[in-house]
Design a protein around this ligand. Structure first.
Ligand SMILES: O=C(O)CCC(=O)C(=O)O
Ligand SMILES: [Fe+2]
Length: 268
């Protein structure tokens, strides 16, 4: 696979959107495995639940990774890690491949507030979406300097105001991969709004270019990957206006943690 063919054009940083990164059978298999995992492996947050999986584990307060063995469905069938390594996006990362995977589950109406992923990771994150779509926004800080607080996998912004108009918005189809790199990783935030459905219209500013936009934001940002969308019906809604109802979505966010604690691996 040549990753460069999936690079988003006309955007301020290097982002790749790869549709159908996993097949329908693989998706179904992975969802079955996710749903079959013990209740105790889920960590309940206020707005979603998550698992920390694979040859990876919780980060210690000093950003060390306590390793856990990755489950076979991420390393053998399908071999997601190898597939991600073969894209080349982790070529320069400390381990040449992701060693940390977060699984997030979002019910309709749930999302994730704008945040940075933080400095514990090599600045490339590869996110696979399963079961439902999401509209993923990248934001910038408004101005001035503040601190960024790191708590576990996610850094919340503190003391810095965020420009509510996204600098970039993408629609993540089920089975797709999005790779965030460079300044979008290091100096921007990303998030998913807490909505039960995503609405699209043709904004007056974009109408002449035939571009679609998300309703509800003052500047009606356009969907940057509309030309790469695989589902004809989804593409039509994005291009011509309409609504996409969300289902339960699973995301696998795959990263390379720079510092790994030197402890014995233990199985989950
Ligand atoms: O679910 C997603 O696509 C994003 C998740 C995310 O940003 C994170 O886990 O840090
Ligand atoms: Fe994130």
């Amino acid at each position: 696979m040549t990753i460069s063919q999936w690079q988003l054009q006309g955007v301020p940083a290097t982002v790749y959107y790869v549709p159908d990164f996993v097949s329908e059978q693989e998706e179904e298999f992975m969802i079955r495995k996710i749903l079959g995992s013990p209740r105790s492996s889920w960590k309940q947050l206020s707005n979603r639940r998550l698992q920390i999986w694979g040859q990876c584990g919780d980060l210690t307060p000093s950003n060390l990774l306590l390793p856990k063995k990755m489950p076979p469905f991420l390393t053998e069938c399908p071999d997601i890690i190898n597939r991600l390594r073969n894209t080349g996006v982790f070529e320069e990362s400390p381990h040449g491949q992701p060693n940390h995977i977060l699984l997030n589950e979002y019910e309709p109406g749930q999302g994730i507030m704008p945040h940075e992923d933080g400095s514990a990771y090599y600045p490339v994150v590869a996110t696979i979406s399963l079961a439902s779509h999401a509209v993923f926004h990248y934001y910038r800080y408004q101005s001035g300097h503040g601190t960024t607080d790191h708590s576990g996998a996610i850094s919340a912004s503190r003391g810095r105001s965020i420009d509510p108009n996204p600098v970039l918005s993408v629609l993540l189809e089920p089975r797709s991969l999005i790779v965030t790199t460079s300044s979008l990783y290091t100096s921007h935030l990303h998030g998913i709004e807490e909505l039960e459905e995503d609405s699209f219209t043709i904004s007056s500013q974009d109408f002449t270019q035939g571009q679609a936009a998300v309703v509800g934001s003052p500047l009606l940002p356009r969907i940057a990957n509309v030309d790469l969308l695989q589902s004809a019906s989804v593409r039509r809604v994005v291009e011509e206006g309409g609504t996409l109802r969300r289902g339960t979505r699973y995301s696998l966010t795959c990263r390379d943690v720079e510092k790994v604690a030197n402890v014995r691996m233990f199985a989950m």
